[in-house]
Design a protein around this ligand. Sequence first.
Ligand SMILES: NC(=O)c1ccc[n+]([C@@H]2O[C@H](COP(=O)([O-])OP(=O)(O)OC[C@H]3O[C@@H](n4cnc5c(N)ncnc54)[C@H](OP(=O)(O)O)[C@@H]3O)[C@@H](O)[C@H]2O)c1
Length: 385
Amino acid sequence: MNKPMKLTILGATGSIGTSTIDVMLRHPQAFAAYALVGHRNAKLMAELAEKVRPELVVMTDESAYFELKGKLPAGVNLAYGMDEAIAAAEHADVDMVMAAMVGSAGLPATLAAVRAGKRVGLANKECLVTAGRVFMQAAKESGATVVPVDSEHAAVHQALIGHDRDSVTRIILTASGGPFRNRDPKTLINVTPAEAVAHPNWSMGAKISIDSATMMNKALELIEARWLFDAKAEQLSAIIHPQSIVHAMVEYRDGSVLAQMAMPDMRSPIIYAMQAEPRLESGIPWLELAQTHPLEFQAVDEERFPAMRLVKGVLAGEDSLAIALNAANEVANQAFQDGKVGFMGIVSTVEAVLNKTENKHIETLDDVWQHDAISRQLANEVIAK
Ligand SMILES: NC(=O)c1ccc[n+]([C@@H]2O[C@H](COP(=O)([O-])OP(=O)(O)OC[C@H]3O[C@@H](n4cnc5c(N)ncnc54)[C@H](OP(=O)(O)O)[C@@H]3O)[C@@H](O)[C@H]2O)c1
């Protein structure tokens, strides 16, 4: 019998992290944990360590590390800091890394896994948006397999298998439209963080839920798709599909369109990223098309969702624009959660930062971080005004 695949889960205490643990525990003969990596949530990490019994737990927040000391089961080691998270991602015993930290904080450890040639399940879209060129080049050099975990990209991945890439005319990502798809645009100014995180179809972390409400999430996903599938800007588009049953479509030159469907539950793309074939049971409900509401599709309204207008310019431009879009969005999203900027201020902050950003090709990680820092500073200045 084959040995179980050993995983390091970055962001183990988050929505994707806990769903990964759910599917992992359904298949103990196939998967085992080397390390669980969390940030602040010591209480949940203690529970997860009890269930999963990894060899190592890493907390990247110091006080959470001290909170956990003495609370882990026998045989589970505890470490602190991002350097330890990186070491857990590149460790020789690790076969696969689930990259599910939120934001560009996830980039160093995810990139370390890629450079070490691991199979990488990529939930953290921000690291590909920020450093796609460096990231994909590193995967090419090390032989790492990067498998998308985002449901839309997992769908594209499946619809591309066995087909000639040069015959692809369009990659179409679906978007639910979030909680404000039908809300009077004039009232969006009053949206609260609690309303913005209440996604109609998906249960997710706060940052991505707010990104879904502004549709900045779809903007990030289009940039992510550009790197994952080596696609040109004109091949990439999004369409509103309120039911979130069709996750993406690939159109071929002969007019044939391949769509992937599943109930909206991240455990399906997660297990696909862990082992594509033979397929394993994920625990998600079966899709009964006769019982789901009619499947609807609508064009994206760029007036309501200006993030989708901004991303067109970003996709047509150079890497510096994607770095600026991501960094400014991370700052503005957090500022919205902290009550420092209104809902409409998120995308207008990103637009203001993009307007001040030079369109530049970026080759190195140092340059990525430098542009990221400049964009964050600009975003903070815009918000302070
Ligand atoms: N949720 C989804 O359905 C979904 C779907 C597609 C893609 N994604 C992507 O997957 C990633 C994770 O999303 P999520 O919804 O799972 O987020 P989440 O529930 O907020 O979890 C985020 C994880 O990252 C950790 N974290 C937060 N700040 C950190 C920092 N500064 N340094 C290191 N770790 C940090 C958190 O640790 P603590 O909680 O311990 O502080 C937690 O484990 C995001 O990039 C998101 O875009 C998510």
